[in-house]
Design a protein around this ligand. Structure first.
Ligand code: HEC
Ligand code: HEC
Length: 280
């Protein structure tokens, strides 16, 4: 029954229509999941399935109440951040301090204005715009859960009040629960960064917008970087550089950052600056 609901829900509707998912395949994933109950166990078998499975699994993992929270289209209702928060923990980690295995960055530690802006961007398709942006699309396709301006504001305030913490490195251990065929998919960086070299770049380029302390600047729309995992920052910098993030014509802030990312001349300079930021 859940499965039927899922297909009928607006979220799944968009999703299936947009990505032409093979329903029989997804059904197998659902059945596997329900019988094995092994979300954090050995998920290698999901490698044969497509990215779409992550959303299907994710929706089935919660109670019927939460399931309804995510899927029902009731745009005017006042669902608060507290009500919807548990949904975020699936991809962003239990205390929303990040979960690299599911590509969800740390949200705890980010300020309400930035959280709000990004949620609107995902909802409007300004972020997660290109098919190459696999994690961005996961968040984009999940964004009907954010419903309306009230819920977005409420969840941003709720998360901004949480205790930040450094992302848990161990989250990167093990495979993703879905197949992601992309040159950016690695969960371990093969290049180790030199924080000293990164410091020079950071001080001469990044400080202007993100601040010496890395905490960002609301007036410039620049994010707080200090709680983000190295893996996530590396991927974002490569995405900006390669035109995968900041590609939408209305993504004004993303475009500004994309220009800056071109100053990082190779993967080594990205690794260096990321090593420096993660020590801040
Ligand atoms: C199905 C998985 C999934 C769920 C559920 C989910 N997210 Fe995400 N979210 C992601 C992924 C993956 C990214 C990274 C996108 C990227 O790399 O551009 C992301 C990115 C974000 C960002 C951008 C952060 C940044 O540093 O720019 C915000 C804000 C966000 N999510 C908020 C939420 C909130 C709030 C909820 C709960 C209501 C939620 N997400 C639920 C997968 C998810
Ligand atoms: C001209 C101002 C500016 C400069 C200089 C700048 N940034 Fe940014 N940066 C931004 C803005 C604005 C965003 C938010 C983009 C968005 O809204 O999607 C951002 C976003 C980011 C993000 C993604 C954060 C997240 O949570 O997803 C990273 C990582 C980042 N910048 C790193 C850097 C590094 C490293 C440098 C130096 C090489 C740098 N930035 C220089 C403006 C700037």
């Amino acid at each position: 029954m859940c499965f039927i609901l899922l297909i009928k829900s607006p979220l799944a509707g968009n999703f299936f229509a947009a990505r032409c998912v093979n329903i029989r395949q997804s059904f197998r994933v659902v059945v596997d999941q329900v019988f094995n109950q092994s979300l954090d166990g050995n998920l290698m078998k999901f490698h044969t399935y497509s990215l779409q499975s992550v959303l299907v699994i994710f929706l089935l993992c919660f109670s019927s109440n939460t399931f309804a929270q995510v899927t029902l289209q009731t745009p005017n209702e006042t669902v608060t951040g507290e009500d919807i928060f548990v949904v975020c923990t699936f991809c962003h980690g239990g205390s929303v301090q990040g979960n690299d295995r599911r590509d969800g960055p740390a949200l705890a530690g980010l300020e309400a204005w930035y959280l709000e802006l990004q949620m609107h961007n995902f909802k409007n398709g300004v972020r997660g715009y290109l098919a190459e942006d696999v994690p961005g699309q996961v968040m984009h396709f999940s964004s009907p859960m954010l419903r309306n301006d009230f819920t977005i504001k409420s969840v941003a305030e709720y998360i901004a009040a949480l205790e930040p913490g450094k992302p848990m490195a161990l989250n990167a251990v093990g495979p993703r629960p879905y197949f992601w065929d992309s040159p950016y998919a690695g969960l371990d960086s093969s290049i180790s960064g030199n924080a000293e070299a990164g410091k020079n770049t950071y001080s001469s380029v990044c400080t202007i917008c993100h601040g010496e302390d890395g905490k960002g600047n609301e007036a410039l729309g620049a994010a707080n970087l200090i709680y983000l995992s190295e893996l996530y920052m590396t991927r974002q910098l490569m995405y900006f550089r390669d035109g995968i993030r900041g590609a939408h014509p209305d993504d004004v802030r993303g475009q500004q950052m994309a220009v800056m990312s071109k100053l990082l001349i190779d993967d080594q300079s990205i690794a260096d600056v990321v090593a420096y930021i993660s020590g801040l």
